[in-house]
Ligand binder design. Structure first.
Ligand SMILES: [Zn+2]
Length: 377
């Protein structure tokens, strides 16, 4: 068997920061799969900065026209976050005490290397059901590649394994992520004559009290897969006013919520809109707007799902939920029962401390092969 570490060294050497094209890495992958006789499809788009972004789908069996129907899709993003210029060895994989250090080592080229080793092994047997490997672009900047594949109806999968560093503990559920800017408007006046104006900050405080009450109401809808088991809500930033002696004409805040998967991400949005509507109905001066900045739903797969069971660690069978964004909700939209798993820990990712334990790479190859055999054979 080729070693995942040897492949990882080559993958890390190709810089794939989301701000640049991922063509070089995708071509590297194409060259890898060619001698295995796998079939491929490339779905490309040009990003907002004019860079070409490629999504690659490969499968041991010929691909049908149109939507590819897979029993199992194993999904991995090709991009990494930018690394600090001071990190001179970012693209040089360094080994130290059983750990491999480099940009993308755990997020998520370690998993990518494991997929490639598993492909070489799986290529030796004839699978009965369709296996697909899906390599996406731009996960780190908002899952643009996965979004594009969904728009293009490129893939439908019954099961999906999404690679992200979870220290090889399968994650079967994740909350969504939503963010909105709320702006409250008033009328400026000299503070000695407040009746000549309308305070946007006092108006915002009335709105805030209602939003706080909403956050308490949200605890009534619970999902025990999470801690805390409900949709959480936060006002993380607030800005308003211009000077101590001016009645403020404007106050804005950032409202963030993380919806449980069983609740629509628009539930909180609709409630805040109706709070604004009701406040405006009672008070002519009240005016506020809400602008959605992000609206991503979560995902939840049953612990009993075959895909979750297929990647469990044999010794303890531990399953978790996941607290960071992944492509799993996108795979769920493509019909899949999804699980997130991969070597290394997100605690080191997105930093010069990024690393992956070598033993987890070997273990990950075994789990992928087990899942491929169980689900596709
Ligand atoms: Zn990642």
């Amino acid at each position: 068997m080729i070693s995942p570490a040897a492949i990882l060294r080559e993958l890390v050497a190709i810089s794939t920061v989301s701000s640049q094209s991922n063509r070089e890495l995708v071509e590297w992958l194409q060259r890898y799969f060619e001698p295995l006789g796998w079939h491929e499809r490339v779905l490309a788009y040009v990003d907002a900065d004019g860079n070409e972004k490629l999504n690659l789908i490969v499968s041991p069996a010929p691909l049908e026209e149109g939507t590819i129907h897979a029993e199992l899709a194993i999904v991995c993003h090709t991009d990494t976050v930018p690394y600090a210029p001071a990190w001179q060895d970012a693209t040089k994989l360094l080994e130290e005490n059983g750990m491999l250090h480099g940009c993308g080592a755990c997020d998520v080229k370690g998993f990518l290397a494991c997929m490639l080793v598993a492909a070489s092994e799986a290529a030796r047997t004839q699978l009965k059901k369709r296996l697909c490997f899906v390599f996406t672009s731009d996960e780190e900047i908002g899952c643009h590649g996965a979004r594009f594949l969904l728009q293009q109806k490129a893939v439908q999968a019954r099961y999906a394994i999404v690679g992200e560093p979870t220290s090889l503990i399968p994650a079967r559920a994740g909350k969504g992520y939503c963010l909105a800017k709320v702006e409250v408007f008033g009328k400026a006046a000299h503070s000695a004559f407040p009746e000549a104006g309308y305070s946007a900050i006092f108006a915002a405080s009335r709105l805030l009290r209602k939003i706080e009450a909403l956050s308490e109401e949200l605890t009534e809808y619970s999902n025990q897969a999470f801690s805390p088991p409900w949709t959480t809500l936060n006002i993380g930033e607030i800005r308003g006013g211009t000077a101590k002696n001016i009645v403020p004409s404007q106050c804005s805040m950032l409202l963030e919520w993380r919806p449980i998967p069983s609740q629509s991400p628009s539930f909180v949005l609709d409630r805040v809109r109706s709070i604004i509507h009701n406040l405006a109905a009672k008070d002519n001066g009240f005016a506020a707007t809400i602008e959605v900045l992000r609206m991503e739903e979560g995902f939840e797969t049953s612990a009993e799902s075959a895909v979750v069971q297929a990647v469990l660690r044999r010794s303890d069978g531990e399953i978790r939920n996941i607290s960071f964004g992944t492509e799993a909700p996108w795979m769920a939209k493509m019909g899949a029962e999804a699980v997130v798993i991969g070597p290394g820990s997100m605690l080191t990712a997105h930093s010069p401390r990024e690393c992956v334990p070598m033993v987890e790479l070997d273990e990950c190859v075994d789990r992928l092969l087990r899942a491929i055999t169980r689900l596709c054979d």
